[in-house]
Structure formats: C-alpha cells, structure tokens
Design a protein around this ligand. Structure first.
Ligand SMILES: [Zn+2]
Length: 395
C-alpha cells in the first residue's frame, strides 16, 4: 500500500464526518478532481501536522494523561511505548522523525531525549487534546525522558530523574547513561543531601514522596543546580564559628566519607574557602568528567577534631588524589590507580587560586614542578600525605 493510501485507510477507519468519508472513498476509487485533491492535502496536513486526533488516539492520550497523573503522584510509571506511538503518529512539522529514527535512537541507548520537542510536549499537556483536568501540572516530560526505560522503585526513579534534570552529577549509570538507575547509591544520597542543604530542608539523604514533590516543583519552576546554589550562597546559614556548609555534591565534586561526614554529615568552611572549592570544582568539571573528592573541611562549631592537627577554622580541606578510573575509592602515590597527570592538573588549578596559601602532598615530582610557582603558594612534603592533598586557604 502506498503511503497516501495508507493514510486514507487510516482516516476511513475512524472518520465519522459524512462529507469527508465521501471524499475519501472518491480518492480510493481514483475519482479525484483538483478541488478534492486540494481538500485532501489539507486534510492530510491536518492529520500529520496539526494534531488531528482520532477517537483511538484520543483514548491513547487520555490513557497517557492518566499515566502522567499517576506518575506525578508517584504511584506508577508512564508507559513509554504510548509516547513513542503518539510521536510517530503526529510528527512535528519539519522534524520528520520516523519510527526508524526512534528505533535507532533507542538502539544507541539515547532514549527519547532530544526528539520530544516542546511542541509535542505542549500537545500532550494541552487541554485541547487531553481530558486530564489538571493538564498543566503533570510530571515534566524532561523528567519522564530522564527516567525512560529504567526499572525499579518508582519513587527512587522519580527522585533520581529530577536530580539528573536539575544537573546534579549523579553519574552515568542506567539505560540513559544519566545516573538514573533505580539504585539508591552514594551519589543519589549525596545529591539529595546537597539539595536539602541548599534548600534549607533537613538533610536526611532519604528519598520520600515529599522530597520527590519538592524536586518536581524545582524542575517545573525551571531551577537548575546553578540557580539553587546561587540562591543558597546569597544567604547561607552561618554557624557561630562563622562557617557555612559546602553542599555535599555539586558540579565537579563530591564530599566522600570522612571523619566529619561519618560523625555529623556536615562539612563547614569559611564562605571564602567554600567559594574557592566550588570554583575549583567548576574548573575541574571543564577539564575532566571525574569528580573531585573532598574529605574533611571543618566542623560546624570550629576547633580541632578527629585526627587533624589543623582544620580548626574552616580554612582547610583534604582532597583525595585523582584516580585513573575516575572512581570514588582511595588511592595513593604508590598505587596503580593513581593518576599523576590529572593530579598535577589539580595542583595547578589550586595554585591559580589567589586564596590558596599552602599545599601538603608527598609526590616529589609534582612538588618539584610547582615549588617555585609565581603565586607564592607553598607546596611541600609532610608525613601522612601520600594519599591526599592537604590545602590551606588564606581566608
Ligand atoms: Zn588535612
């Protein structure tokens, strides 16, 4: 069957308008005049480009709307095949996405990202095509796309998808390689705590339906990790010792398990030191996909703690060495996993920061490289610093 006849068959299968039916039958018999030809083209256009919805598709959209609604209420996942189906039936003018395109994208593991346009989004959410009473407040399509094809606990998936859409670096696991994998792992927990810290919520690191709703609101309001961080930094809660919290994970870094973290789940620094670390991590994110791993800063009330001789005033941080595999585990300068080249890059970024005063670290090759740096940052060996950089800031 030619493409045109296939469209006609489809139209005839649901068209109830008598006049149009007559026209369509004429077309089928090949008895078409110029006017009919014109009218048919208009009709085809309406079907293909203007969202002319068949009864069957109305039902599909209704079903999809219900799925969206349920998904929003965290009871159930959307049936993605239906979304594909609609996308194929009502391709966007000029975009020309075919079923083959979609299959190919799926094969490449790209999910639906990039092919669901605002236009189809509007169409799905539009009251005109949806029976859903609350058509404008469903789960954002970006979140659904981010969770495309992921299996597991719906609440966890929804939380992870929101974190991913907001830009939290939760990794590249899962079918869409965006960290949305249904497993409640270290990065998800860290990202939730960071979000809670920045939003002034209790930093539980636990997923809950309240948390999912808050994250969904952030996505709907067009927030990103950057806007959330900016807002947090405008007026961060300050401790009596004059310290603020570094959010647990952000662009280019994560705070990994350490003394403070294990005891209190908090990491505090002077506002200037926290800003230096955030800016270091942002530069790092441009250079490499791995995350910098910060250990202890200071505790909320200041003063000495744990094994540290310093770290008493918010101007100190320990940074783990860069690993060749980008992993979050420890390494040291003698170990196979130690990445000397990237660690050297990290040291050079630290030395560029005028707020950095001193670095203790035991890789003599790197010390030799930077010992005479023009910014006057002191860098030297010190016992116990085979496996991390101890960095002291000025302010
Ligand atoms: Zn230290």
């Amino acid at each position: 069957m030619s493409e045109k006849n296939s469209v006609i068959e489809t139209l005839l299968s649901y068209e109830e308008d008598e006049q149009l039916r007559k026209l369509l039958i004429k077309v089928k018999k090949g008895e078409l005049g110029a006017w009919e030809e014109y009218k048919l083209r208009k009709l085809e256009k309406r079907v293909i480009q203007s969202g002319y919805i068949s009864e069957e598709d109305k039902k599909l959209i209704e079903k999809l709307s219900i799925e969206l609604l349920m998904s929003r209420n965290l009871g159930k996942q959307i049936i993605y095949e239906d979304l594909d189906e609609l996308r194929c039936r009502y391709p966007i003018k000029g975009a020309g996405t075919t079923r083959e395109d979609i299959d190919k994208l799926k094969e490449e593991g790209k999910g639906l990202a990039g092919i669901i346009t605002t236009s189809i989004q509007n169409r799905i959410y539009s009251n005109k095509y949806s029976n859903r009473p609350d058509a404008n407040t469903g789960v954002p399509l970006s979140v659904l796309i981010a969770s495309y094809g992921v299996e597991g606990d719906t609440n966890i998936i929804m939380v992870q998808a929101c974190l991913s859409v907001l830009g939290f670096p939760i990794g590249d696991s899962g079918p869409n390689k965006n960290g949305v994998d249904g497993d409640w792992g270290a990065r998800s927990k860290a990202a939730v705590r960071a979000y809670q810290q920045m939003k002034g919520l209790e930093a539980t690191g636990k997923e809950s339906s309240d948390l999912a709703k808050s994250l969904l609101d952030s996505v709907k309001n067009g927030e990103t990790i950057d806007t959330i961080l900016d807002k947090y930094l405008q007026n961060p809660p300050m401790s009596k010792a004059g310290l603020i919290q570094l959010p647990e994970i952000g662009k280019g870094y994560i705070i990994v398990d350490n003394y403070v973290h294990a005891k209190t789940g908090e990491n505090w620094g002077t506002p200037e030191t926290v800003k230096s670390l955030l800016s270091l991590a942002e530069k790092w994110a441009e250079y490499d996909d791995s995350l910098l791993r910060f250990n202890d800063l200071s505790i909320e009330i200041g003063g000495k703690f744990g094994p540290h001789g310093t770290h008493h005033n918010g101007k100190y941080v320990d940074i783990r060495l860069i690993r060749k595999d980008g992993g979050l585990g420890d390494t040291n300068i003698y170990h196979d996993t130690y990445d000397k080249v990237k660690t050297k890059e990290l040291v050079s970024l630290l030395i560029e920061d005028p707020n950095v005063e001193k670095i203790l670290f035991n890789d003599v090759d790197i010390i030799r490289e930077f010992v005479n740096n023009e910014n006057g940052v002191k860098i030297m060996k010190y016992p116990g610093h085979d496996d991390h950089l101890h960095v002291q800031f000025k302010r």
